[in-house]
Design a protein around this ligand. Structure first.
Ligand code: AMP
Length: 216
């Protein structure tokens, strides 16, 4: 029995937060492709140098690079019983490739209105050390600008500035929305209403559990 889960939905809908909670609840690793890229950039690896300007502009990294990276990561032993994949597939060719190298059990498609998304991403702050996520209004840290968990500095990611957010939402509409349509034709999509304040995150997780508990 596996629990191979992909998370769909626009940037800022909260996939990272839900993935963290679900990863604990179902004891499966949480793999964020965005984090893999950001680490590569931070560590100035050859991959990081190649993709730095693409990621900071909110454009998508070319499919061949992403497909190779994700395929290798999902073949690591910790993914044997399942995984939560956040940020892939983001194009139809990535989804088609995935069908050839990994079985997908379910695609959770998180949905919320555009205005809500803009406010969620615009207020988001990320720990520069441990990548924990906060929000200036919805999930404030105890001390402004400082991570509760590791005392690292909280920063606004360069791709979370207003102009870049707009571009990311446009890229999402054009390239990533069709992924949900494609996976729907395979009967894999579960739509999850994510238009709840963070204090009600349990409501969102409960909707997900309804689907996942049938699979385990
Ligand atoms: P995220 O944190 O998931 O929003 O990802 C941050 C950035 O990493 C995106 O804006 C893209 O530049 C890049 N990225 C992440 N996942 C993918 C993917 N599946 N395909 C192409 N680019 C990606």
């Amino acid at each position: 029995m596996t629990l191979n889960i992909v998370l769909l939905g626009p940037p800022g809908v909260g996939k990272g937060t839900y993935a963290g909670l679900l990863s604990k609840k179902y004891s499966i690793p949480n793999i964020s492709v965005g984090d893999l890229f950001r680490n590569a950039i931070k560590n100035e690896t050859p991959l990081g140098k190649r993709i730095k300007s693409i990621v900071s502009s909110g454009e998508l990294v070319p499919d061949d690079i992403v497909i190779e990276l994700v395929k290798d990561r999902l073949n690591e032993p910790d993914c044997k019983n399942g995984f939560l994949l956040d940020g892939y597939p983001r194009t139809v060719p990535q989804a088609e490739a995935m069908m050839t190298f990994k079985k997908v059990d379910i695609a959770l498609n998180f949905v919320a209105p555009d205005e809500e998304i803009m406010s969620r991403i615009g207020g988001r702050r990320t720990c520069s050390k441990c990548a924990a996520i906060y929000h200036v209004k919805n999930i404030p840290p105890k001390v402004e600008g400082v991570c509760d968990k590791c005392k690292g500095e909280l920063i606004q990611r360069s791709d979370e500035k207003p102009d870049v957010i707009k571009n990311r939402l446009e890229v999402y509409r054009q390239k990533t929305k069709p992924v949900a349509d494609y996976l729907r034709t395979k009967g894999l999509v579960a739509d999850i209403d994510a238009n709840y304040p963070i204090a009600e995150v349990d409501t969102i997780i409960a909707q997900v559990a309804k689907y996942l508990d049938k699979l385990v």
